[in-house]
Ligand binder design. Sequence first.
Ligand SMILES: [Zn+2]
Length: 346
Amino acid sequence: MKGKLLSYDHERAVFQVEADVYEGGGGQPPDRIKVKGPGFYLESDETLKDNGGTFWKVKKVSGEVPNSEVEVDVTIDELWRLEVSQQHTAQHIFSALAEQLYGWPSEGFAIFENESKIELLGADEDLEKYAKLEQQVNEVVLRRIPVRVYVSEEANNELRKSSGYEHPRIVEIEGIDKCACGGTHVTNTGLIGGFAILKVERKNTRYVRVLFAAGIRLGRIAKTYIEREQRLKNLLTGEVEERVYQLLEQKKQLEVEKKNLLELVKVQMGQSSEVLWENLPLDMQSMKQIASYCKGIGKDVVLVNQEGYFAIGGPHADVHFEEFKQRGATGGGKGIITGKIASASK
Ligand SMILES: [Zn+2]
């Protein structure tokens, strides 16, 4: 489409353009645009708004961009526009039905890269209700109802959400929703393609947050998870759930074995005349158990593991700890003394 580059700020890496593009707002991200002018090229998919108006952030630039008004060719990423419009139109239907069916008004709408968020005031988390909502949204998709967009002659009081404008821009899906909205939408509900609720979670005592997706991104999401499943299968060498279950069982078994071995080690150390045990392949918890066993039978023991952590128990624990401290160790404790030897002494 024809457009006009209005300004270009090299330092801030932003520009302004006049064209039939969506600049974002109301929870909807902007178009992804490409601007071609005489001897230059710009790309952007992000805007920022300040007192001076709306600015596009430069994502890519080549050539010499003039800092004056110039005729340009503007193209938008049509698939992205469709994808975003699908989410936005689905949200209208979802919000209208949530209010009609359960009396839950919608707030805090936002479209993200892979899903959208909406917050329902006073909602509960009964998943059956959401399943019903999901089905009804899809039934509206099936009915291919036209989505009408027009500027109202008068301030309208029958809107699901009013705008405060005297002549609001109305988006109407006949028999389903009528709402003031400045975003982009598909021209009939059939173009939404499909709708799925991905997650229902309580945000706080007042709001339930619903994550959903519609249309072409559903395919992308499915692909992501199928690829993830395949990576997990390769990693675990088998069916994911089956292998995770096996691994948890093995872990339980290993914990029992570890406990039994520790019992043996404990008794052996208790009977031994050795006091200092170094370079042990044991964690702190195990060393503490051994040290307190030895303390219980009145035997001194000094245990140091491979990482340089130690546990000291027995009637002369303080004396042994003093020696360690003089060599730079840190630590402390009553009964069982634990800590770490200085790394230089390792
Ligand atoms: Zn809208």
